[in-house]
Unconditional design. Structure first.
Length: 85
């Protein structure tokens, strides 16, 4: 994946948002998360299915990147936080 994706730290810099139930510890921010964030920048006008969405970190990122729609699915415990976010 790293061979063809370059992470741009400025992709979401102007779109900082606060999410309930999120900390750097519990969302597992890692190199793979940065790669996914880079990949979702090309979603303009597309429909997205986010399986295992957690509290919506990548779901909201997809919407901010121009996705036409996002269906987010996860277990019941995180659904309440996702809906609030």
């Amino acid at each position: 994946m790293n061979a063809y994706l370059e992470y741009n730290p400025n992709v979401f810099r102007d779109k900082i948002i606060k999410l309930d139930g999120v900390s750097l510890k519990n969302i597992g921010v890692s190199r793979s998360s940065k790669n996914v964030a880079s990949a979702i920048s090309g979603l303009n006008g597309k429909a997205v299915l986010d399986i295992g969405c957690g509290v919506g970190y990548m779901t909201i990122g997809a919407l901010l990147s121009g996705a036409k729609s996002v269906v987010a699915i996860d277990i019941c415990d995180t659904e309440k936080i996702l809906r609030k976010n």
